[in-house]
Design a protein around this ligand. Sequence first.
Ligand SMILES: CC(C)(COP(=O)(O)OP(=O)(O)OC[C@H]1O[C@@H](n2cnc3c(N)ncnc32)[C@H](O)[C@@H]1OP(=O)(O)O)[C@@H](O)C(=O)NCCC(=O)NCCS
Length: 160
Amino acid sequence: MDACTDVTICPMTEADLDEILLIESASFPHPWNRTHFHDELASAHSFPLSAFDGRGRLVGYICPMLILDEGHILDVAVHPEYRGHGLGKLLVEHVLAACRQRGAEFVSLEVRPSNSEAIGLYHRLGFVETGRRPRYYHDGEDALLMEYIFREEEEDTDAV
Ligand SMILES: CC(C)(COP(=O)(O)OP(=O)(O)OC[C@H]1O[C@@H](n2cnc3c(N)ncnc32)[C@H](O)[C@@H]1OP(=O)(O)O)[C@@H](O)C(=O)NCCC(=O)NCCS
């Protein structure tokens, strides 16, 4: 895959979970299990999304939730063979736009301080570091808390 021009992002379904669980296991030391994804599919606050390439292969996914004006990204991963082509950026940008459309004032997420690839992506998209949650992960690693705050002035400028 050379670019993300041929990618479709759509609501995640039960039928996607076998492939998603494979990507999840290849992506995290403590991967979510099927129940985690079922819970996201069933939650009224969540709108999990899957990304497919032009041949219908599931290449990534993202699990956002929105409560009142607070968006949160719980999980995001791209198939290892498809990384570095802008798909992660596309998924996060899609969620930022969807959260904004649904009334979010900001979108937050937790990330391991050792995950420099993800942190670099979030910085480039405009997320800022807002805190640290000590020993947040199962193995005792802290979590970095990052937030994207929507600015009305920028949106006004973009609209001109
Ligand atoms: C974090 C993750 C989702 C990023 O996905 P991705 O598709 O690789 O992200 P992007 O391609 O948008 O950006 C990553 C890099 O590719 C580069 N890139 C973007 N478009 C590109 C293109 N057309 N060709 C080559 N490289 C490109 C980006 O500039 C970025 O480079 P850099 O970080 O080396 O400076 C992915 O690495 C992943 O699944 N990791 C495991 C799970 C994980 O850690 N999730 C985050 C939990 S908080």
